[in-house]
Write a protein that binds this ligand. Structure first.
Ligand code: GLP
Length: 241
C-alpha cells in the first residue's frame, strides 16, 4: 500500500488522475472500475480536462461501476449511472456499449448479481479500480457487518449510509433502502486500486481501515490484503496516520 499525502484536494485529484491517465495510455484496451461519491469527483474532472486537452482517450476503455441503487434505472436522475454521466461519461469519449453498471431494476435481482459477476469473470481482472470509503468503512456498498460477500450481491443500506447519501436526493425517504454492489472479493481482484479520500471527517475511518485489524466491521480494512493499492489523501484525511 503506497500512501500519498497532499496539501490540497486539488493536488490529490491531479496526482490520482495522472496514475489513471498514464495507465490508460500505456495499454491498448483498458478495464476501469468506477466509484461514485464526492471523493473521486475532482479526479473525474481532471480526467475530463485531460480528454479535452487531447492527453487521453476513453474510446478503448471499458468501465464497470461498483454499485447501483435497487429500483433506480439508468434514466433516473438520482441513479449512480446519472451520477457518473454527470461527472464523467458525458465529458469524455466512452463508447455507450463499453459502460457497465449493475441494473437496479432487473426483474430478478439475484440473477442480475450473477450476470454482473459473470461479466466481471469473463472480462478478467480490472486494470484499475477507483475506490472511496464511506464514513462507516463501507467500500462500494459493502456495509460493516459480521460477514462480507465475495461476489456481487444485494445489500440493505444502513440508516447511516442512507442519511449520508440523502444529500443526492430531495428527501431521506426517497433514498433507496437496497442496492446491488460488487463484493469485496470482486473488488480485490483488480490489478491496481486507486483509493481517494479527503477531509477531516474521513481521518478516523482511514486510520481504522489502513492501520486497524482486518475486520468485516470495517470493510475498508480488507484493502490491506491487496498487493497494489495507491492511496491518495489530503492532509486532513491523513491526520491520524
Ligand atoms: C457511497 C458509494 C461508495 C463511496 C461512498 C463514500 O456509499 N457507494 O462507493 O465510496 O459513498 O462517498 P464519499 O466519497 O462522498 O464520501
Amino acid at each position: 500500500m503506497n500512501i500519498h499525502i497532499y496539501q490540497s484536494e486539488q493536488d490529490v485529484d491531479q496526482a490520482a488522475s495522472e496514475v489513471v491517465i498514464q495507465s490508460i495510455n500505456n495499454m491498448p484496451s483498458f478495464k476501469l472500475g468506477l466509484a461514485t461519491g464526492q471523493s473521486p469527483v475532482g479526479m473525474y474532472a481532471q480526467l475530463s480536462k485531460a480528454y479535452k486537452e487531447g492527453l487521453v482517450s476513453f474510446d478503448q476503455v471499458t468501465s464497470y461501476n461498483l454499485d447501483e441503487y435497487v429500483g433506480l434505472d439508468r434514466g433516473h436522475p438520482h441513479s449512480f449511472y446519472a451520477f457518473m454521466d454527470q461527472h464523467l461519461f458525458q465529458h469524455v469519449d466512452f463508447r455507450e456499449n463499453h459502460i457497465y453498471i449493475p441494473n437496479g431494476c432487473a426483474d430478478n435481482l439475484h440473477d442480475e448479481c450473477k450476470r454482473y459477476d459473470q461479466l466481471l469473470e469473463r472480462e478478467g481482472q480490472l486494470d484499475i479500480q477507483i475506490l472511496g470509503i464511506g464514513l462507516n468503512g463501507h467500500i462500494g456498498f459493502n456495509e460493516p457487518g459480521e460477514t462480507l460477500h465475495a461476489g456481487t450481491h444485494i445489500v440493505e443500506l444502513s440508516e447511516h449510509t442512507r442519511k449520508v447519501n440523502s444529500q443526492y436526493f430531495p428527501s431521506f425517504e426517497q433514498v433507496p433502502t437496497k442496492a446491488v454492489t460488487m463484493g469485496i472479493g470482486s473488488i480485490l481482484k483488480a490489478k491496481k486500486i486507486v483509493f481517494i479520500a479527503k477531509g477531516e471527517q474521513k481521518s478516523e475511518v482511514i486510520k481504522k481501515a489502513f492501520t486497524g485489524p482486518i475486520n468485516p466491521l470495517c470493510p475498508g480494512s480488507f484493502l490491506q490484503l491487496h498487493p497494489n493499492v495507491e492511496v491518495f489523501l489530503d492532509e486532513d484525511s491523513a491526520k491520524l496516520l
